[in-house]
Design a binder for this molecule. Structure first.
Ligand code: AG3
Length: 284
């Protein structure tokens, strides 16, 4: 929802808002799937909106993208094939391209226009998309995943909220399909919303993940542009625990860390320490 000077994302049945003063509306269109807007704002810089929900902004895009890529990378001993579902802004893919031992990175985004608009307005996010290891598939992630078996080491589900066409990305059936698409020691990462307002029933999401994976943990990171700022992510795994960081990977990460804006090994270790409200709600 925009007025002349302000953008508001209203959530929690219209009772809560994130607001930012608009400097300029840079882009607006209706794609086949959703309304896509890019605005420039005073406090958070450029901001990408899908159906008036905040997705990516200059101020904190690196937090989300670094913690979803480097956490699973550091606990899987041999990451060769990665899949990102959603994430048309390219941010998660960019982080995976920083690891030279990864061989292929598939990006499955249902709305090609999100990729194109991001290329135009968020080149810092999309810079990894031209890496020769990246293969972009403009298709529905739910259909795509059903045809894949035993193929990926890591799958990141970089979705919007569990509503409309993204709802299917939070179901038991989808998580089992992700499980089958992973190799026998694969890891799934997904965004799991804010537990304080708990607009979408986080317990059910985690229970669905638990039906499909033997190891399910949760971690957190600050996302200034999302409702309530405190944001959670799921770590679902067939074999590896999230705090068992691969010792051989530490020297290279210590080097890479210097160029990252959020992730480091201390953050990795701390992100899984949860407050009681968070633990109780997800049933950990
Ligand atoms: N994915 C969106 C996370 C959920 C945002 N929810 C909201 N604003 N109500 C972000 C894509 C980043 N690559």
């Amino acid at each position: 929802m925009t007025d002349q000077q302000w953008f508001y994302e209203r959530s929690f049945r219209g009772s809560l808002a994130f607001g930012a003063k608009i400097k300029k509306v840079l882009h607006e269109e209706q794609s086949q799937f959703q309304n896509i807007k890019v605005i420039d704002t005073e406090p958070v810089g450029k901001l990408l909106l899908l159906d008036d929900k905040t997705m990516v902004a200059d101020i904190d895009e690196f937090v989300y993208h670094e913690v979803t890529a480097h956490i699973p990378y550091m606990v899987h001993p041999k990451v060769r094939n990665v899949l990102v579902i959603g994430g048309g802004d390219g941010g998660v893919v960019r982080e995976f391209t920083k690891h030279s031992d990864i061989e292929t990175i598939d990006l499955v985004e249902i709305d090609e226009r999100v990729i194109e608009v991001s290329r135009q307005f968020f080149p810092e996010c999309t810079q990894g998309l031209d890496d020769p290891r990246v293969n972009i598939q403009p298709t529905d992630g739910i259909e795509f995943i059903k045809s894949k078996k035993n193929q990926y080491d890591i799958i990141v589900v970089d979705s919007t909220d569990p509503e409309d066409f993204a709802e299917g990305l939070f179901t038991k059936d989808f998580y089992s399909a992700v499980n089958s698409a992973l190799k026998d020691d694969g890891i799934m990462i997904n965004q799991t919303e804010n537990p304080f307002y708990d607009e979408f029933g986080i317990r059910k999401i985690y229970d669905n993940m638990r039906e499909a994976f033997p190891i399910v943990r949760s971690y957190h990171a600050p996302m200034l542009i999302y409702p309530g700022v405190y944001w959670t992510f799921g770590f679902s795994s067939k074999k590896y625990q999230p705090l068992e960081i691969i010792a051989d990977k530490i020297p290279a990460m210590k080097k890479l860390e210097k160029t990252l804006k959020w992730y480091n090994l201390d953050w990795h270790r701390g992100a899984f320490a949860l407050g009681n409200l968070h633990k109780n709600l997800i049933g950990e």
